[in-house]
Design a protein around this ligand. Structure first.
Ligand code: MTE
Ligand code: MO
Length: 235
């Protein structure tokens, strides 16, 4: 889908949504229809183009996002757990993740706010993690949870940043849990120690500061999805 069309979709959905119940009513119906159309057009084997080295965005000009007041710091002894509808739940340290097969790609990032930028990313394919933990084929969705917390409504409760994904996009060869960017370990701003990165979704689906990956039979929303952002958000 072209960038302008994606932006149109987002714009068409956002302002008209009732923020308290963004996925109900006619727009909710349209969004479910949209998600199905997008899922139907999605091809697991279709790779996003690799960008040439010259296309790399000066890292200083690659924006950095957060919903907490400060960029969160990983707790002592941080691990990521991979669980839910799986045969063998996993709890992995960064050192253990680094021992798993590594995937690298250089692709363009698209934020719903209209900017795009290029970086290279490396980490472990979700499809490899899914095989390692014996993820059940009935788990059609995966929720990624962050240890970062934000406050969607002023004065309201703190909630963890999260996003739930369709399994096909999770198992795409260009979807990884990344521990490095542009050849170096992630910085705190970039989501250290671990973040989701993918060539097939808009920026807000790629959860930074991840500590839980949960295979599920049903989808959930997410930090921005619950505020009216499109759920499928394919690129
Ligand atoms: N935990 C967390 N993950 C997040 C966000 C966030 O605010 N908190 N912002 C999202 C958005 S909107 C984008 S565009 C990308 C930006 O990644 P970057 O900050 O490394 O550029 O992270 C996504 N993941
Ligand atoms: Mo974004």
């Amino acid at each position: 889908m072209s960038f302008s069309r994606r932006r149109l979709l987002a714009l068409a959905l956002l302002p008209a949504c009732n923020p308290s119940r963004p996925h109900e009513g006619f727009l909710g119906l349209m969004e479910r229809f949209n998600a199905q159309v997008q899922a139907g057009m999605f091809r697991r084997s279709k790779l996003a183009p690799e960008e040439p080295r010259e296309a790399l965005t000066d890292p200083e000009h690659f924006p950095s996002y957060k919903v907490a007041e400060d960029y969160p710091e990983a707790p002592q002894g941080w691990t990521v757990s991979v669980k839910g509808l799986v045969a063998k739940p996993l709890v992995l340290s960064l050192a253990e993740l680094r021992k798993l097969p590594r995937t690298d790609f250089r692709v363009r990032h698209h934020c719903v706010e209209g900017w795009s930028a290029v970086a290279s990313w490396h980490g472990v394919r979700l499809s490899d993690l899914g095989r390692l933990c014996g993820a059940d084929p009935r788990a059609g969705f995966v929720e990624f949870r962050s240890f970062e917390q934000g406050q969607p409504e002023e004065g309201g409760p703190l909630v963890r940043y999260s996003s739930s994904w369709d399994r096909e996009s999770v198992d795409h060869p260009q979807t990884i849990v990344a521990y490095g960017k542009n050849g170096s370990p992630l910085t705190r701003e970039e989501g250290a120690p671990l973040r989701l990165y993918s060539a097939v979704k808009l920026g807000y689906k790629m959860v930074k500061w991840v500590d839980e990956v949960v295979y599920q039979p049903m989808p959930n929303g997410g930090y921005w999805e619950d505020q009216g952002y499109e759920w499928f958000a394919g690129v």
